[in-house]
Design a protein around this ligand. Structure first.
Ligand SMILES: C[S@@+](CC[C@H](N)C(=O)[O-])C[C@H]1O[C@@H](n2cnc3c(N)ncnc32)[C@H](O)[C@@H]1O
Length: 248
């Protein structure tokens, strides 16, 4: 397995603790986080690679059976405020990044954006294309989505934004963008992957008790516990997962 952007390494540690026959590689752009991963995973035999996934040659990914990208596609480059003219201009009138945008929409039959100006998770699309092209049989992705929805009857308790257009999230030190998952799905299907998609709530279940209902209605919090639980419950919805399985 390869975990791309593994942060502190907890997720891979859990995998290895459950199955010590797994051979794991951690690929990360950050030397500091790779150091943390080495520390956390010191009891396991793991390969480490410092690299930007955007620059990795897809052929190097071919040996892996499983790739995990948990909460990092939003860190990759996003093109912002692209004008819809990109779809009607003559291809050779467009500069190179916009030609790539056009090529992506044409090649994968991506649905056209609704607004005149739109943002595109070009880094995420390029990386997924690379993973699929390498033919990795299983791929797990999870990230903050711009298309997530809460279904009835929970809508009255949990309200989330679902603008469809990737949105900027300002963080300390860097910005990231929410992900348009439907485009990732299209790319994966073009490469003959079966796709399974949904909110993290699908596998982090909880009982909607009276106490939880009470917390979901609070306008301000008297107790830290209530605030923590409320955000934990709400965050399971805007975060989506996408599991890809290569059809044989
Ligand atoms: C928000 S953290 C997520 C960490 C971990 N996967 C988790 O869920 O807790 C993002 C991780 O992706 C890594 N990362 C960001 N951009 C990257 C890139 N272009 N190539 C490789 N790793 C990258 C960061 O260094 C960091 O380890």
């Amino acid at each position: 397995m390869i975990e791309i952007g593994g942060g502190y390494g907890y997720l891979t540690r859990d995998f290895l603790d459950r199955n010590n026959t797994l051979q794991a590689t951690m690929l990360d752009v950050s030397p500091c986080l790779l150091q943390k991963q080495r520390y956390l995973l010191e009891d396991h035999e793991v390969n480490y690679r410092q690299a930007d996934i955007m620059d990795v040659d897809g052929r190097e990914l071919q040996p892996f059976d499983l790739a995990i990208l948990n909460e990092n596609l939003g860190d990759l480059p996003t093109m912002v405020n692209i004008h819809r003219d990109v779809f009607v201009s003559r291809l050779h009138d467009l500069d190179q990044p916009l030609q790539r945008v056009r090529q992506m929409f044409d090649q994968y039959a991506l649905g056209l954006p609704e607004s005149e100006l739109f943002n595109l998770n070009i880094g995420a699309l390029n990386v997924l294309e690379k993973l699929c092209h390498a033919g990795i049989p299983f791929i797990f992705i999870s990230e903050h989505s711009c298309e997530a929805e809460v279904h009835e009857p929970l809508r009255r308790w949990i309200q989330i934004q679902s603008p469809g257009n990737p949105e900027r999230i300002r963080l300390r030190g860097h910005d990231e963008y929410t992900i348009r998952f439907s485009y990732l799905e299209r790319i994966a299907r073009t490469f003959q992957y079966k796709t399974f998609r949904g909110p993290l709530a699908d596998f982090i279940a909880f009982d909607f008790t009276d106490k939880v209902r009470y917390m979901m209605h609070l306008e301000s919090f008297m107790k830290d516990e209530h605030e923590i639980i409320r955000y934990f419950i709400e965050d399971r919805y805007p975060y989506e997962y996408l599991i890809l399985m290569k059809s044989i």
